[in-house]
Design a protein around this ligand. Structure first.
Ligand code: PLP
Length: 437
């Protein structure tokens, strides 16, 4: 048996965190960074290079959080750094159109048959919020259907969780969201065909859109059946509702056409974020010409942004997507991820550990659950997260940085080397001996 390691030094990080707590609620500018679900206080990061991170105490880690998804190329990618640097000398923002917006749009639209036009915004939240408004404006209906376990950013309409019962109005999942807003959002379980049928019976002609993550990856990795997604696509069409596929995680991760192509689905509106900005704040939504012409200034659906299409962010996005567009990029990344996942899976099987690892593309998720892969949020046992807490700590102590919650997926980037992945598999092997002594 391997004994629990001595914890790495977090002196400087802890000091910075104490200071941060006097400036920011919870000491952070986004809640999950606060390490509430794992051991200790958050690590303050000093720098990153390729697949590696260094914290304020000088500890080095192999990073599988990858800034929560955007860094599919790893940290400090020379091409992105140089593109950003060369734009910096020309100015940071003009509030007027630039050639760079056309360039990024062309890179995307010429490789994506699922959308005809696009609009750039500054975050995934903004992209989804705008997509919902577009759907409501186009259909002249108000109700939205979302799924328990899908995250779509923090706009009011989507901070809603399931009530009790098969098909119910949502309940707000945040203080400050008006009850009346939650009344416009219906929440149902994933991968549940009867619930979907019920919702279109109960709210006939009221539903503007159904929104789903391309592959739900914000509450564990909840892989959906292809048949179910096709049913979802059909039932929305039959009822005059739109299908919004939120590809903020899956967009440019499963190829340029994302989960829509992976499942051979034609959504009405697709939202993007994360990878699209190469590490800079960019989001986007796209749809058919007909739908996109409903957006101002062409149409009556208002949406704007002072820093939308920001030239520095566009430059980063262009540099990133050019690298992703190289032949074989996605195949190589997936192969590498599969190799790693298989190694961990073998480890689990050889030791009969009550857990599993699932994967799609370069996403993986380690679940301390024995019932087989979950397809819906309510199949995940919250009690299993205590194991993740131990794993997380043991991995940090061995130089491996995973997301600070057992509900977070991990990402393998193009920058992860075989050596990084071997070292990680070795660390997982040791750490699991502590999790299951
Ligand atoms: C991250 C995420 C969002 C929110 O994007 P932000 O840039 O954090 O606002 C929305 N939808 C999905 C599927 C996401 O993963």
């Amino acid at each position: 048996m391997t004994a629990t390691t001595k914890d790495i030094s977090r002196e400087k990080s802890a000091e910075l965190f104490e200071q941060a707590k006097t400036y920011f609620p919870g000491g952070v500018n986004s809640p999950v960074r606060a390490f509430k679900s794992v051991h200790g206080t958050p690590l303050f990061i000093d720098r990153g290079d390729k697949a590696h991170l260094w914290d304020a105490d000088g500890n080095e880690f192999i990073d599988f959080c990858c800034s929560w998804g955007p860094l599919i190329l790893g940290h400090n990618t020379p091409e992105i750094r140089e593109a950003v640097a060369s734009q910096l000398s020309k100015g940071l923002s003009f509030g007027a159109p630039t050639r760079l917006e056309n360039e990024l749009a062309d890179l995307i639209l010429s490789r994506n048959q699922k959308i005809d036009m696009i609009r750039f915004v500054s975050s995934g939240t903004e992209a989804v919020m705008s997509a919902i408004r577009l759907a409501r404006g186009y259909t002249k209906r108000d109700k939205i259907v979302k799924f328990d376990g899908c995250y779509h950013g923090h706009s009011d309409s989507l901070l809603v969780k399931a009530g009790s019962g098969l098909v119910t109005f949502g309940e707000t999942s945040s203080a400050g969201v008006p009850h009346a807003f939650a009344q416009e959002t219906i929440v149902i379980a994933l991968n549940d065909l009867p619930a979907l049928e019920r919702v279109f019976t109960d709210f006939k002609d009221e539903i503007a859109a159904v929104i789903i993550e391309g592959i739900p990856a914000n509450n564990g990795l909840l892989i959906q059946d292809k048949d179910y997604l096709h049913f979802l696509s059909d039932i929305t069409k039959r009822n005059g509702a739109l299908l919004i596929m939120d590809e903020v995680i899956t967009g440019f991760r499963l190829g340029f056409e994302g989960a829509a192509a992976y499942y051979d689905i034609q959504p009405d509106i697709i939202t993007y974020g994360k990878i699209i900005g190469g590490g800079m704040p960019v989001g986007a939504y796209g749809a058919s010409k007909e739908l996109m012409h409903c957006i101002s200034p062409d149409g009556a659906v208002y949406q704007a942004g002072t820093l939308s299409g920001n030239p520095v962010a566009m430059a980063a996005g262009i540099a990133a997507l050019r690298l992703l567009a190289r032949p074989g990029f996605y195949e190589a990344l997936q192969q590498k991820t599969e190799g790693f996942v298989n190694q961990v899976r073998q480890l689990i099987q050889q030791n009969d550990y009550p857990m599993q690892i699932t994967t799609v593309g370069c996403i993986f998720w380690i679940a301390f659950d024995t019932k087989g892969p979950s397809h819906r949020a309510d199949q995940i046992d919250p009690a299993s997260m205590t194991h993740y807490k131990v794993l997380h700590r043991e991995l940090l102590n061995r130089g491996i940085y995973f997301g600070p919650s057992g509900y977070e997926v991990g990402f393998v980037s193009a920058a992860h080397t075989e050596e990084d992945l071997q070292k990680t598999a070795g660390a997982i092997e040791e750490a699991l001996k502590v999790v299951f002594p």
